[in-house]
Design a protein around this ligand. Structure first.
Ligand code: AMP
Length: 217
């Protein structure tokens, strides 16, 4: 499959993407995960992105596009891809369109995950993420906790609250989403590529996306 997951931070894009990638081996590409790994490794990209991310601001489009061009050219994307957290601005969406044309790849559709603001805030403040850059498993202290000592159930590394999940950074991320990313909903609707999902659980969303994939012309 070749799909984009749209939705506010905390809408469940990461969890849905992981489940979808298990269906047919399409690669889950999360720009947030790539950027966090770059910061951990201290690469040039990581050093440039760090301050933006900690404030909850978007990393400049040019940097994100260089990174995504490189990522989407890798052969593992031939099986398909699920884009999580990208594109996040109209210029990124336009650049992606050009890039996919050059690569001869067409999107199936754009899945927009609609979740209420209160649910999102609750999810983000209770979220914990595995600190191992190769794992980055997502937990929730209420509904899906890590082990009692706070370590990851998958790889045993400590889980942490992300620096951009403080209340101030969350408020900024949601405002940034409204201003910069929400316009993509209309952008893709006008192209006839948008599908909306308003499900209570990630499993339900995945089932609905699967159905839409089989139904597409
Ligand atoms: P996420 O894990 O998707 O919530 O992303 C975490 C942070 O990474 C965001 O708040 C941004 O600072 C940065 N980021 C991730 N994806 C993008 C993108 N497509 N464009 C710009 N910044 C991004």
């Amino acid at each position: 499959m070749r799909i984009i997951l749209l939705g506010a931070p905390g809408a469940g894009k990461g969890t849905v993407a992981k489940l979808l990638s298990q269906i047919d081996g399409s690669v889950h590409i999360s720009t947030g995960d790539i950027l966090r790994a770059a910061i951990k490794e201290g690469t040039e990209l990581g050093m440039k992105a760090k301050a933006y991310m900690e404030r909850g601001d978007l990393v400049p489009d040019e940097l994100v596009m260089l990174m995504m061009e490189d990522r989407l050219r890798r052969p593992d994307t031939d099986k398909g891809f699920i884009l999580d957290g990208f594109p996040r601005t109209i210029p990124q969406a336009e650049a992606l369109e050009g890039l996919l044309k050059r690569l001869g790849k067409e999107l199936d559709f754009v899945a927009n995950l609609e979740v209420e603001r209160e649910v999102i805030i609750d999810r983000l403040t209770t979220r914990r993420t595995c600190s191992n850059p190769d794992c980055q498993e997502i937990y929730n202290v209420k509904s899906n906790p890590p082990l009692p000592d706070g370590t990851c159930r998958k790889c045993g590394s400590p889980t942490v609250q992300r620096e951009d999940e403080t209340e101030e950074a969350i408020a900024n991320r949601l405002a940034t989403y409204q201003a910069k990313t929400a316009p993509l909903i209309d952008y893709y609707a006008r192209k006839g590529l948008l599908k909306n999902y308003r499900s209570v659980s990630s499993a339900e969303t995945v089932e609905a996306v699967k159905r839409d994939l089989t139904l597409r012309p």
